[in-house]
Design a protein around this ligand. Structure first.
Ligand code: IVH
Length: 722
């Protein structure tokens, strides 16, 4: 899509725009440049998976574009990068017909099936050997996209194949779908393309973690996650799901006026010779004469097509070889595939071969072995989590499944067990896709002998014996005894875990062992472990003790957001922890935050705010924080710390009242020159309010938001070092 020369130029332009926007906001003259640059970086991020700038730098450019468009709304165009974001909620998804019905694919499961299909295909085509294009079969939700005059017109779900739900606003949230694609370069006016929307494995895991955090049942697989996400009414939520799309088929097009045939050659309206075309063929661009050509075209137009993943081969043996070769890569791919698709490469042959009412005769799916197995459900154990949640875990006869032996499968909560109607003694179908955690698809009810027994949920905590409760509106039973040993140990494990304080060599097993031996009772205990006793344990040599001590010592310097996440405050995931860390200069500042202050923070809703508020009002928690600080842990936020040496990068400022030593405009210029940003009102986004004489309501408002630092003019001058 972008040549190396274009890449170099756009990167240069990016630097220039970033530098220029540091001193003052960009003007409307930079509108086209900004849009080009932002589109380019979206492409590097979403299609190439190789960004050239950081997220904050991208956000900075995006904000500049938003700013110009806010000042000049008449210059907004539908393909501007800002126009992905829809305002408000989608009311309903109207039903919309596809231009061409979306057929399914015939399936094959083994070599014999494929050889038989190849034989039939060769007969239909009347050829000894066929050229095939082989590509992955993406396991997501299929969509059709229509572009008219180079602009994305609509996106529709598969539906019943003839018509689906129009979900254009949600499709616009997918960064790998271009809002504008130069189909006109290929002489095309109206184009319908097909593809698959996916949630990659990593985002799927993160999403399920978030659901777990809120005690919601996780989704079974990324396919369901993608399909469900496309039907969300709030496009901003769709955007947060980080969906991706592969486009793999051009299903319909009309050609533009002005394209014609001259002496058997197709000529563009500009008179450019596009190559030879046989007399009876439709005058189309050569790219559209083969499937691989259309994948190349889509790629060149900025779509993510299986351009690198596909292979064009001659004969069915080479097809089989590629299918087997690709299957080996399956687990290492960032997204799920469930097989390969084999397509006759020539579009003329495809037309000749035609289709049944159900599927095209020129394509077939080669399905990989299902990652399912059957086993017997022997018993259900009930585990107590960090927040006291009780999780039923199925113990099944060990069964090999995509490279590992599975013997333990989470059943998530009581509702899931009821819904699936599971019984002890059942034969169960277990599935495990890639590195996705295994789950029970269903019991094989028809194989029941009558000896199966019901799964009985406990009424009391299996660890501390306290009575369990189920808060209204929640699916999960809970042990509410915060001193329940099971919870305490899980809290310590979470605190030390990779995404929290990242204390290497202090994993699950060691924490549990030390806890059982009484070496460790709570989180602060991590920082005064009895090393003399640990030394006597088997498997703890000097070296491993030194490693452990070193890792624990290093963790004291972890940034504040990791500590906040590690505290395990309910509903506070990694992202919220970062938001919280950026809002204070010291963790205990949160004691002064009202519920409203908390809700003013980005993406903090009432549920999170209430949880954080309660946490910082609890005396035991306060004592815990004091103890951690006295042990040398870092409770200060780097962001809130005063900027050094006039570097105000990323900090926000507002002046109020009359300044005595500086002119207001000079002071503002100083802020911008040093990389700071000016805000027009008091909000939790403000870092510094500089107060001159006779300051009024802004000062009063700022006093109520503890994260804002209120400086006098003299203090400001000192801060910027002038
Ligand atoms: S081609 C007319 N190519 O698999 C041909 N389909 O089981 C249209 N799929 O409905 C389909 N990856 O949603 C094609 N590379 C690929 C695919 C693919 C996934 C889906 C598609 C189709 C389903 C059939």
């Amino acid at each position: 899509m972008y040549s190396s020369e274009q890449t170099r130029q756009l990167q240069q332009l990016t630097k220039e725009l970033m530098a220029a926007s540091n001193s003052k906001p960009l003007g409307k003259g930079k509108l086209d440049d900004l849009r080009d640059v932002i589109r380019f970086h979206e492409y590097r991020y979403a299609i190439m998976n190789d960004p050239l700038i950081s997220d904050p730098e991208y956000d900075g450019l995006y904000k500049q574009l938003e700013h110009i468009e806010a000042e000049h709304p008449e210059l907004i165009k539908p393909d501007s990068p800002t126009q992905r974001v829809a305002k408000g909620l989608t009311k309903e998804f109207p039903t919309m017909q596809h231009l061409v019905p979306m057929l399914s694919l015939e399936n094959s499961y083994n070599e014999e099936d494929l050889l038989a299909w190849d034989k039939r295909a060769r007969e239909l085509a009347g050829l000894e050997e066929l050229e095939y294009c082989v590509e992955p079969k993406f396991d997501g939700a299929s969509i059709s996209l229509t572009y008219e005059n180079d602009l994305l017109l609509r996106g529709v779900t598969r539906g019943d194949g003839v018509a689906g739900d129009e979900i254009t606003n949600n499709i616009r949230q997918i960064r790998s779908v271009p809002l504008k694609a130069a189909f006109s370069r290929y002489g095309l006016q109206l184009v319908e393309i097909r593809g698959e929307v996916l949630m990659n494995k990593n985002n799927f895991k993160k999403y399920n973690d978030q659901l777990a955090e809120q005690n919601l049942a996780p989704l079974a697989n990324p396919r369901n996650a993608a399909a469900g996400s496309l039907r969300i009414k709030d496009p901003r939520e769709v955007s947060r799901r980080n969906l991706e799309a592969f486009l793999y088929h051009v299903s319909y097009f009309t050609t533009m006026e002005g394209w014609q045939m001259t002496d058997g050659h197709l000529t563009s309206p500009e008179g450019e010779d596009m190559g030879a075309v046989k007399p009876k063929e439709m005058p189309v661009h050569p790219a559209l004469k083969s499937h691989s050509g259309s994948l190349q075209m889509l790629w060149d137009l900025g779509f993510r097509s299986p351009q690198k993943e596909k292979r064009v081969v001659k004969g069915i043996q080479a097809v089989l070889d590629y299918c087997h070769e690709f299957e080996k890569q399956r687990d290492g791919l960032p997204y799920e595939i469930d097989g390969m698709v084999i397509k006759v490469n020539s579009i003329a042959l495809q037309d000749k071969m035609g289709m049944t009412t159900h599927h095209p005769r020129w394509a077939i799916a080669f399905k990989f072995k299902a990652r399912q197995a059957t086993s017997i459900l022997r018993k259900v154990e009930f585990q107590v989590g960090r927040t006291g949640s009780i999780t039923p875990v199925a113990k099944i006869d060990p069964v090999p499944l995509s490279g590992v032996t599975v013997s333990s499968v989470s059943l998530f909560n009581e509702e899931v067990v009821r819904e699936k109607d599971l019984k002890i003694g059942d034969q169960v179908l277990v599935e495990r896709a890639g590195d996705v955690i295994p789950y029970i698809v269903k019991p094989l009810a028809e194989l029941r002998t009558g000896k199966e027994t019901a799964i009985v949920f406990p009424t009391h905590c299996p660890v501390c014996g306290d009575k369990l409760v189920k808060p209204e509106g929640e699916a999960v039973w809970r042990c509410v005894n915060i001193n329940c040993p099971a919870q305490v140990v899980e809290r310590i494990i979470h605190f030390a875990s990779k995404d929290a304080m990242d204390i290497r060599s202090f994993g699950d097993a060691n924490v549990r062992k030390f806890f059982e031996l009484g070496f460790l009772k709570d989180i602060p205990g991590i920082y005064h472990l009895p090393y003399d006793k640990i030394r006597e344990l088997e498997g703890f040599g000097e070296k491993s003790i030194a490693n452990l001590q070193g890792a624990i010592e290093t963790s004291k310097k972890q940034p504040l957001h990791r500590l906040i996440f590690g505290l395990g405050i309910r509903y506070v995931g990694e992202t919220t922890a970062k938001t919280l860390a950026a809002a204070v200069s010291h963790l205990t500042d949160f004691e002064g935050f009202s519920l409203e202050d908390l809700q003013n923070l980005e993406d903090v809703g009432p549920k999170v705010a209430t949880s954080v508020h309660q946490f910082f009002r609890n005396k035991d928690n306060r004592a815990l924080l004091d103890k951690l600080e006295s042990l040398g842990l870092n409770l200060k936020s780097q962001k809130g710390a005063p900027a050094a040496g006039g570097n105000l990068n990323g900090q926000t400022f507002l002046f109020t009242g009359t300044l005595q030593r500086l002119k207001r405009s000079d002071a503002e210029e100083i802020v911008e020159k040093n990389g700071g940003k000016l805000l027009s009102g008091v909000s939790s986004k403000l870092n510094y309010l500089i107060v001159g004489e006779d300051a009024g309501s802004k000062l009063e408002k700022a006093k109520k938001i503890p994260s804002i630092r209120i400086l006098t003019e003299d203090e400001f001058i000192k801060l910027v070092d002038i």
